[in-house]
Design a protein around this ligand. Structure first.
Ligand code: HXC
Length: 263
């Protein structure tokens, strides 16, 4: 499938920080950015998971380092960006893939539960975006940012009100900063994956009848792969997308469009 990929070397000499890079979609994106030549800095809460991810990337010939980070702590986030620049001399790309979510009826959601998700998804994404943006502005070489969102940010999503509200905030932040920071040479976009086959998401469809029900809602009839998310993210972060700014790129097999009365 080489024809679906950007050429090797497209991102050579550049540095990408990927939050949530130890697993799932974040790791898939890190792998593709690395394949294109970028040095990747993986951030996440669990050092063992980051270590495994770095080893797995090294097996593909990708230079990666890890910085254990809780993105809910602005001090740790500043230290992450400082370490990325100290180690590589640059900071060209930020991928906000760290997130947390659980399915719960809204009338059963506690204030702590709301805060756990909103602090990670909305506040954590802002802390990372702010800290990376300040570095890019200071270094003067511009940059690109990409946040992982979900289409329920604009359709609504019963039983995920915390995540829905937080992702909607990230979409609004993306569009706002795309305008404010363009003159620094910083592009800001979002990627909105549909159901993607990852270890974290798989428990959602552990029951085969649930898997069939979810797949039936996706016009192309299957879940996405982390490789597909990696390729879409790489396009948006590459010079091929230099005129794409403030966009939310949906990659879901057409799932979110299938909301009509007859579908
Ligand atoms: C109800 C829950 C809960 C659950 C946590 N809480 N999990 N309530 N159902 N399943 C509540 C707790 O009861 C507590 O409130 C509050 O949230 C904080 O809980 P902690 O465990 O202390 O929070 P924390 O350790 O900060 O955990 C954050 C998290 C966690 C978001 C809750 O699950 C997390 O970090 N997950 C990251 C991984 C993840 O979410 N993977 C999913 C990826 S797949 P009280 O009031 O009791 O103190 C994916 C696809 C989703 O996202 C697709 C669509 C749905």
């Amino acid at each position: 499938m080489a024809h679906t990929m950007l050429p090797d070397g497209t991102l050579t000499g550049q540095t990408a920080v990927v939050t949530g890079g130890g697993s799932g979609i974040g790791l898939g994106i890190a792998r593709e950015l690395g394949r294109l030549g970028a040095k990747v800095v993986l951030a996440g809460r669990k050092p063992e998971r980051l270590q495994e991810a770095v080893a797995s990337l090294a097996g593909d010939g990708i230079e990666a380092l890890m910085v254990p980070t809780d993105i809910r702590d602005p001090g740790q986030v500043d230290a992450l960006m400082n370490q990325a620049v100290e180690a590589t001399g640059r900071l060209d790309m930020l991928v906000n893939s760290a997130a947390g979510n659980f399915i719960v009826d809204s009338d059963k959601l506690s204030v702590n539960g709301w805060n756990a998700v909103v602090n990670t998804v909305l506040n954590g994404t802002f802390y990372c975006t702010r800290a990376a943006g300040l570095k890019m502005i200071e270094l003067g070489h511009g940059g690109r940012m990409l946040s992982i969102v979900a289409s329920y940010a604009w359709t609504g999503g019963p039983r995920t009100v915390h995540s829905v509200a937080a992702k909607a905030g990230v979409v609004a932040m993306t569009r706002t900063l795309a305008v404010e920071w363009a003159h620094y040479g910083i592009r800001v976009n979002a990627l909105s994956p549909g159901p993607t086959d990852t270890e974290g998401a798989r428990p959602l469809w552990a029951d085969p009848s649930e898997e069939a029900r979810l797949k039936a809602k996706i016009p192309v009839g299957r879940f996405g792969t982390v490789e597909e998310m990696g390729r879409a993210a790489s396009y948006l972060l590459s010079p091929y997308a230099d005129f794409v700014n403030g966009e939310v790129f949906v990659i879901d097999g057409g799932e979110w469009l299938g909301k009509g009365l007859t579908s």
